[in-house]
Design a protein. Structure first.
Length: 277
């Protein structure tokens, strides 16, 4: 296995979901994927700061996101551990929502910043711009509470391309809710006012510039995870998550040519805390 493949295996998503109604002002997370058949250890640290503003029918969110992905490879034949480069994503994520009527609204968002190793002077390949827009429809008198439909230009499949955005929120009962759609689906159970258990299925991807090799790195993942969230008080909460990567595809590109590709599913674990209004 080449060093370039080792560097990027199990790269975790930093991509943004669309029109997320996330109340968190501060969130800090740590993710770990232990070594499997390929003896690759992976961890990710990320922080996100969000400042929401509301003016009448308009609501705005300004978010700053930072993540660092680190890897090491354990060669069992030589019993040597190889440390790899760190991949960074530093982005500004604005979002705007306009409630046109009580039942109809529109939204738009962007993900603007740097996605690279930061080892050399930045060029155009080290910058990333994802964006999208859509509509929302409220259906308050049914178990289907609202629908969001849109289109985004993002890195969910590694290479930037247009993808659909679909989200349908169902209130199945007082305790159970369901978000069905793409790229995220989630079944949540409200244990009580402080505890929530959810099963999530997520499509994710990313695109990085590796200055050391002069190559672009594409990642695609499909994961399922079980997440437990506990609110410690009115504002502070923690979560613990365990899941599995059904699909974890990596490709290295030099210009338009695929140099190497790799796939390695495996377990993943994460924990973190958040502060909410």
């Amino acid at each position: 296995m080449s060093k370039n493949i080792i560097v990027i295996l199990l790269l975790s998503i930093g991509a943004r979901s669309y029109s997320q109604q996330d109340e968190s002002i501060i969130s800090l997370d740590y993710a770990l994927a232990p070594s499997g058949d390929d003896q690759l250890d992976y961890n990710k640290k990320q922080i996100k700061l969000t400042y929401p503003i509301k003016f009448g029918d308009f609501s705005f969110k300004n978010s700053l996101y930072a993540a660092a992905h680190q890897y090491s490879y354990n060669d069992l034949s030589t019993e040597i551990q190889y440390d790899t480069d760190t991949y960074y994503k530093l982005t500004y994520q604005p979002e705007i929502n306009y409630q046109w009527t009580n039942d109809f609204g529109v939204f738009g968002f962007a993900d603007i910043g740097i996605s690279s190793t930061l080892e050399e002077k930045l060029d155009s390949n080290g910058f990333i711009l994802n964006y999208g827009a859509g509509i929302s429809l409220s259906l308050k008198k049914t178990i289907l509470k609202n629908i969001e439909l849109g289109l985004a230009y993002n890195t969910i499949f590694g290479e930037q391309q247009f993808t659909p955005l679909v989200k349908a929120n169902f209130q199945l009962s007082e305790a159970f809710s369901l978000q069905a759609g793409f790229p995220l689906s989630k079944l949540a159970y409200k244990i009580n006012n402080r505890q929530t258990l959810s099963l999530q299925h997520l499509y994710s991807g990313n695109l990085f510039n590796d200055y050391a090799s002069g190559e672009m790195v594409e990642m695609q993942q499909v994961s399922t995870s079980l997440d437990y969230n506990l609110m410690l008080d009115t504002h502070w909460g923690i979560h613990f998550s365990a899941g599995y990567f059904h699909k974890n595809n990596i490709q290295l590109h030099s210009e338009k040519t695929t140099i190497q590709s790799y796939s390695n599913p495996g377990m993943t674990f994460s924990t973190g805390f958040q502060f909410k209004l």
